[in-house]
Design a protein around this ligand. Structure first.
Ligand SMILES: [Zn+2]
Length: 324
């Protein structure tokens, strides 16, 4: 933190979360209301395009601060902010005309795609996780409805705009049996993109040591609770993304950049980033690759993830101590 790892994505500086919480706690109500007014107008002004929802100033409180500040002074004890969880259910249908859009920063296609039955079942799992956690945390999703198909960059920006303490992606893979229970943290050195003589370097690398350290610790917690909830061992596992076509030119027909980290995780680093844990669960039933998870399987997946988030955030202070 504090270093501009990827300046062209993340030019803004932000103080450590714990410090800013302490500051808010110590403020008078007048000052808090003033801060909240900033947060409120920020929330309003960024309520449209997710692309503009990235926080614009280091001192700007997260939009979620607004409702607290509009409460009566008698509610002082509620000034202690709840930790923020963002759940990212994978896939959806890209809006008309956006399927082949290229990300303006990288030149790569970041449109998500409809995957059946994954899209609907992971949305169901995300809603179950939200339901289990929202009594204790502020919980948000990166999607507004099941068939929405925000680009991977929009997902990352939506998540990061909430200033989350943890983000968790939920996916299933119906080409694999349920022994596939992968939990994937961000790691320093993971990368997406290509370098070509014709087009130069179009590669982005994860470099944030602190977020990687926290992400790994959170992933270990989630692997443990997913194992307990399903009875099937979950393990930390790296991802691998291959380019569908790669002739060395990003101006041609590469659908997605090759590499070993999901775009959403890669785009969440630096001062606006967050520890982001990606989950996969094998959904193949016998020879069928299209049978949706059963209600019990969805519940076990959700319970494992929700318990993992709870455990991770319960250990947050000690993990932060180890991840300087
Ligand atoms: Zn998926």
């Amino acid at each position: 933190m504090g270093k501009r790892h990827t300046p062209y994505y993340y030019p803004q500086m932000r103080p450590p979360r714990r410090e800013s919480r302490g500051v808010v706690k110590g403020l008078t109500w007048g000052a808090l209301f003033g801060l909240a007014a900033i947060g409120y107008s920020h929330a309003i002004s960024t309520g449209g395009e997710a692309r503009t929802a990235v926080p614009s100033a280091s001192s700007t409180p997260k939009p979620g601060a607004a409702p607290q500040a509009s409460a009566s002074p008698g509610a002082t004890q509620k000034a202690e902010k709840r930790l923020v969880v963002v759940i990212d259910p994978g896939h959806g249908t890209p809006a008309a005309g956006t399927k082949d859009a290229r990300d303006p920063e990288t030149g790569y296609k970041m449109a998500d795609y409809k995957n059946t039955p994954e899209t609907t079942e992971v949305y169901d799992v995300a809603l179950l996780v939200k339901k289990m956690l929202e009594g204790s945390f502020d919980v948000h999703l990166t999607k507004k409805f099941v068939d929405e198909g925000p680009s991977l960059r929009v997902r990352a920006e939506r998540a990061n705009a909430f200033h989350p303490d943890i983000v968790v992606s939920i996916h299933t893979d119906h080409t694999q049996p349920n022994t596939m229970q992968w939990v994937t943290p961000q790691k320093v050195g993971q990368t997406r993109g290509i370098t070509s003589a014709a087009d130069g370097t179009h590669q982005l690398t994860f470099t944030d040591k602190k977020i990687a350290c926290i992400s790994n610790a959170y992933a270990e917690q989630i692997a443990s609770t997913r194992t307990a909830a399903s009875g099937i061992p979950a393990q930390l596992h790296d991802l691998n993304f291959t380019a569908k076509k790669d002739d060395g030119s990003i101006t041609n027909t590469i659908n997605r950049a090759p590499g070993n980290i999901s775009w959403v995780q890669l785009l969440s680093q630096g001062d606006t980033g967050a520890p982001w844990v990606y989950n996969e669960f094998g959904g193949k039933k016998g020879s069928s690759e299209t049978t949706e998870l059963s209600a019990d399987e969805k519940q076990a997946y959700a319970t494992g993830v929700a318990n993992g988030i709870q455990a991770a955030l319960s250990s947050r202070d000690s993990i932060f101590g180890q991840c300087q």
